[in-house]
Design a protein around this ligand. Structure first.
Ligand SMILES: Nc1ncnc2c1ncn2[C@@H]1O[C@H](COP(=O)(O)OP(=O)(O)OP(=O)(O)O)[C@@H](O)[C@H]1O
Length: 653
């Protein structure tokens, strides 16, 4: 049983509190299929999200089988399934792979057979078996919704919340989904709550909750809807709702709620007696008006309350289609059709299958298991996306080629000043001038080649990470909600991006080395120091852009900010033009390119260092270790920002 008492979700608008969900009192017994309907913007999704815990309840209480979730802790991720409006599967994966990944992330399975059994079960329950090896990107809208459903069913949730899973579907697919949800509510006492725009197929639900401006206007069986609202058909309900205030509707429902609950309970009891609901006996539903005084009947609405209740009760006893006392009114389009009269779905199991063994409690897998699954999935998605692979390979090959073009300039021999300088002849002056020009030229080329490598690797780093989290934010939010640890997610990103960083940086250093020999000091490991700085600049930009990607709301914002960040690296590094001293002191700590450039120059042969210094007025950091530390700090800051961003709740529907 799910029970809401004076359940509110409040926001601040212009400094005033506004209840988007207002004092909702509700009881939903086990094995129940409920629809939430109402005009656009009435708060259906907000109510669903607040029940799910995605919005924090402002007031009231929520009970799950008598347990106060606010005080005694939330539902376990496995107990709750939430099917959002958007697709939660990666286009590049197949149906089977998507379900497998989500099972591995959310369920600690005993062995591979157990995993296979689970996957096969949900494929069958959602009618996806025949298309299990099809890629998500080629699925129809209805198939994608069923996949979303399948991905939630892997944990066998006891409470399944669906947000407009039928919107935009053709009538056949819509009916198919509603029918499946109906079937799912008949198993293991599962409660299925579905927000829907559609007023079709309401007869498949056990109860309908009508919301108006965040308040309950009705909650009862579908058969009572038109009577309650004194309308001829369900389409007329919304115009009718608008005729009086939501507060009056709320009060009216509080008055009549008990009769409707009795009917819900009687219907349910009937299903149990007929063996169509395999749930344990539940205590009788109590009067929902216990929570507040029953208000006086509403006067504006011209409903004779006693009449209405009588008519309603009479109709309850007339499910075979006999006319009620209000027989002058046309029959509702949502005539209560007993579930057993509905045409059977070919893809739904027989009733005998509904009685299943008590499932084992589902445990969330550990960190390493989630990490391995996330990493495996990320790698698979990368290699499946041919466009992405092609782009990465093109960048990998072209960028070092661009740098190599300048190799010959950097290879030019560095002329030496004579030990004793005598400006006695014009030739000597000319020679000194030539040496000076040569030093400036070689120094400029060496500095330029290093900075070119650094900037291109910074660009690669930004390209690696800018969309990495923001591009899949919704899926991340959904998976966090399902029990995925943000730290496992972060580590999987670190592992995946580290491979990219190593390949790009090592290849850049080795390829360029073939055309321009790094002038390291004799007897030192200058080239490896340079390689380390190339790896670090790529890692720093990747890490910072990963942080940006995690903190930004959209991938467009993240990409734009990352591009600006790379764009500022070259001018603010001071490698081309020296910045005014005070500006340089302020900006330098944040410019990764400066530290990688300065660190690499520090590992050059002394003569080349001196040559570089002749072409730049920017003060060069004389300790490579400090450059290493600064880049290390930048990487750490980026990762911390990434973690904070990944943990942060950014659910949007
Ligand atoms: N976090 C929020 N902050 C401010 N306003 C919000 C927030 N969440 C929802 N709203 C507003 O609350 C109202 C109800 O939104 P909700 O999405 O729940 O409606 P709905 O009934 O599901 O609508 P629809 O049927 O069009 O999807 C809307 O006006 C929406 O703009």
């Amino acid at each position: 049983m799910l029970e809401l008492k004076d359940f509110c979700f409040t926001i601040e608008k212009d400094g005033e509190p506004v209840n988007l969900v207002d004092r909702v009192n509700l009881k939903v017994p086990s094995g129940h299929f409920m629809a939430i309907v109402g005009p656009s913007g009435c708060g259906k999704t907000t109510l669903l999200n607040t029940i799910a815990g995605l919005n924090h309840m402002s007031e009231g209480s929520i009970f799950w089988h008598g347990r106060d979730l606010e005080e005694e802790g939330d539902l376990e991720p496995a107990e709750l399934g939430y099917v959002p409006q958007f697709s939660i599967a990666y286009d590049a994966l197949t149906v089977d792979e998507s379900i497998e990944a989500v099972t591995r992330l959310r369920v600690k399975t005993r062995d591979l057979d157990d995993l296979d059994l689970r996957i096969d079960r949900v494929l069958e329950e959602t009618g996806l078996t025949a298309i299990a090896d099809r890629q998500v990107k080629v699925l129809s809208g209805g198939q994608k919704r069923r996949l979303g459903l399948a991905m939630e069913l892997v944990t066998d949730p006891k409470l399944l919340l669906c947000d407009e899973v039928t919107s935009g579907l053709d009538p056949r697919s819509e009916r198919d989904i509603v029918r499946r949800l109906h079937e799912l509510s008949r198993r293991d006492g599962r409660i299925v709550i579905s927000v829907t725009h559609s007023l079709a197929h309401l007869e498949l639900y056990d109860s309908i909750l009508v919301l108006h401006e965040g308040r309950v206007a009705y909650h009862g069986p579908p058969s009572g809807l038109t009577h309650y609202f004194s309308v001829d058909d369900t389409e007329s309900i919304y115009p009718r709702l608008a005729k009086q205030s939501s507060e009056k509707w709320r009060r009216s429902w509080l008055k009549h709620g008990p009769a409707f609950y009795n009917k819900i309970e009687r219907n349910r009891q009937k299903l149990i007696d007929e063996g169509k609901l395999n749930i344990p006996e539940e205590p009788k539903v109590e009067d929902p008006t216990d929570t507040e005084d029953t208000p006086p009947p509403t006067e504006d609405i011209k409903l004779d309350e006693t009449d209405l209740l009588d008519a309603f009760e009479e109709e309850l006893d007339n499910e075979d289609g006999k006319k009620s006392r209000r027989n002058k009114r046309k029959r509702s389009k949502v005539k209560a059709a007993p579930v057993e009269e509905l045409e059977p779905s070919t893809e739904i199991e027989d009733d005998e299958d509904l009685v299943r063994e008590e499932p084992e409690p589902v445990c969330t897998p550990g960190f390493f298991s989630q990490f391995a699954t996330l990493l495996g999935r990320r790698t698979k998605i990368f290699f499946r996306d041919r466009g992405q692979v092609f782009l990465q390979v093109a960048i990998l090959l072209c960028f070092p080629c661009l740098v190599a073009l300048f190799g010959p300039q950097g290879n030019e021999a560095l002329l030496q000043y004579p030990d004793a300088i005598e400006f006695t002849s014009q030739d000597a002056v000319k020679e000194m001038q030539t040496i000076g020009e040569n030093r400036a030229k070689v120094g400029g080329a060496v500095s330029g080649i290093i900075m070119f490598q650094v900037v291109l690797l910074a660009l690669m780093g930004s390209n690696n990470a800018a969309r990495e989290v923001a591009g899949e934010r919704k899926i991340l939010e959904k998976e966090k909600f399902g029990g995925v640890r943000p730290f496992a997610y972060l580590c999987s990103k670190i592992a995946f991006l580290s491979c990219m960083i190593l390949v790009q940086s090592v290849w850049m250093a080795i390829f360029v080395e073939q055309f321009w020999q790094y002038p390291e000091a004799a007897g030192t490991a200058g080239f490896f120091d340079h390689l380390t700085f190339l790896i670090l600049i790529n890692a720093a930009m990747t890490s910072i852009c990963l942080g940006i990607s995690s903190l930004m709301k959209t991938s467009e914002q993240a990409s734009l900010l990352s591009i600006y960040l790379v764009g500022f690296q070259l001018p603010l590094s001071g490698a081309v033009l020296a910045l005014p001293e005070f500006v340089g002191q302020i900006t330098r700590p944040f410019i990764s390119a400066y530290w990688a450039w300065a660190g690499s120059i520090e590992s050059l042969d002394n003569r080349y260092q001196a040559a570089v210094k002749t072409v730049t007025d920017t003060p060069l950091e004389s300790s490579g270790t400090i450059c290493l530390y600064v880049l290390g700090i930048q990487i750490a800051v980026g990762l911390i920002a990434s973690y904070i961003g990944m943990r942060r709740h950014q659910w949007s529907h």
